[in-house]
Write a protein that binds this ligand. Structure first.
Ligand code: UDP
Ligand code: MG
Length: 338
């Protein structure tokens, strides 16, 4: 084994991915084999599948493959915690033993042939390599439009995102260690990684269609993801409310002056319409304001608790490194195939 080659771990979060897993494993294995033969990565490189509380056969597939295929190892989370946290679980696990880590979705919508380019960039000294989509032709019109809107909106709010980059990226060990210093509970990796800094670059690729299974990001999850991204990174919504307050203040000044002038001409009607309108209008504005402020208070509430983000049920990764005590090994063997 060539010790000087970097140990790569590919982290793959999986939620109900039984339909794609076999194909994903065989394609990633093929890529790793190639890279190893070229001596671009170490023989001990791994694919770490994080089972995010799947309800189908995802975990048993991972556990089974891990016994046949030396690259494959797994982490079973105790329940479904969502893509970002599942990914983080894998990254934190892989950190100790990897020189670099690539994160990718289980459905291989992101072109895995550019993994080689990621590694070449790493050899050139880049610490972060962002996979960036060339086009979104394969996405539905709806997904494309909402995603575009999302990037535009985030940019408006001064949140620095790499355009058309999802969670397909390479990070070096140093970056992962820095990432470990971000303790926020509402983790939004796409926003945090550019904040870390270090030498980074982009690699372009074409995004494909999911070859099996269906998206695990329905509209509801997408909206909550976007909303989370906004409120954990920006105070602009609160500023907007303040601005609105000033604007209304200005407006009511004008309206007040107008009313006084009308009165001085003796032209007063019974002001029911304006009264009821302003009650509704101001009531609405106030509620929006309180709601948004409440959102941030909720965030503070979640952050101060410092809750763990996930719990690991079964850890094949540590086993694959040969770091388990005999008793631990026995326990693991008992529950591995559930
Ligand atoms: N995923 C996850 N937990 C979830 C939802 C999704 O780990 O609660 C994983 C999923 O298995 C996939 C990745 O996150 O590997 C991205 O999901 P998907 O491909 O369905 O999203 P899309 O590409 O449609 O945005
Ligand atoms: Mg996908």
């Amino acid at each position: 084994m060539n010790q000087s080659q970097p140990l790569l771990t590919i982290v793959v979060p999986c939620y109900n991915e039984e339909e794609v897993l076999k194909e994903t494993i065989s394609q990633l294995t093929f890529i790793l084999d190639g890279l190893r033969k070229e001596e671009l990565i170490s023989d001990a490189s791994k694919i770490l599948f994080v089972d995010d509380g799947s309800r189908d056969r995802t975990w048993s597939l991972i556990a089974m493959e891990s016994t046949n295929n030396d690259y494959v190892t797994g982490l079973k989370l105790a329940r479904n915690v969502g893509h970002q946290k599942a990914l983080l679980a894998g990254l934190e696990k892989a950190k100790s033993k990897s020189d670099c880590v690539i994160s990718i979705d289980a459905d291989l919508q992101d072109d895995i042939s550019v993994i080689r380019e990621f590694i070449l960039k790493y050899h050139e000294g880049y610490e972060i390599v962002y996979g960036v989509r060339n086009s979104r032709d394969t996405d539905t019109f709806f997904k494309r439009a909402t995603a575009l809107g999302f990037y535009r909106f985030m940019n408006r709010l001064d949140i620095n995102l790499v355009y058309n980059h999802a969670d397909y990226r390479l990070m070096s060990k140093r970056v992962l260690e820095e990432l470990g210093h971000y303790h926020e509970a509402n983790i939004f990796l796409r926003g945090i990684v550019p904040l870390i800094g270090f030498k980074s670059t982009k690699v372009m690729y074409d995004r494909k269609e999911r070859f099996a299974g269906e998206t695990k990001y329905p509209l509801k999850k997408m909206l909550s993801f976007a909303w989370n991204g906004v409120t954990s990174f920006s105070v602009t919504p609160i500023r907007f409310i303040t601005f609105l307050g000033f604007f209304l203040f200005f407006l009511s000044g004008i309206a007040g002056a107008y009313a006084l002038i009308q009165k001085s001409f003796g032209d007063t009607s019974n002001g029911w319409t304006s009264l009821i309108l302003s009650i509704w209008f101001l009531g609405g504005i106030q509620l929006v304001g309180i709601g948004i402020i409440g959102e941030y208070i909720g965030k503070v509430f979640m952050e101060v608790k410092k809750r763990p983000k996930y719990a690991i049920d079964i850890d094949l990764y540590t086993e694959s490194l040969g770091q388990l005590q005999p008793l631990e090994k026995e326990l693991l063997a008992e529950k591995k195939f559930i």
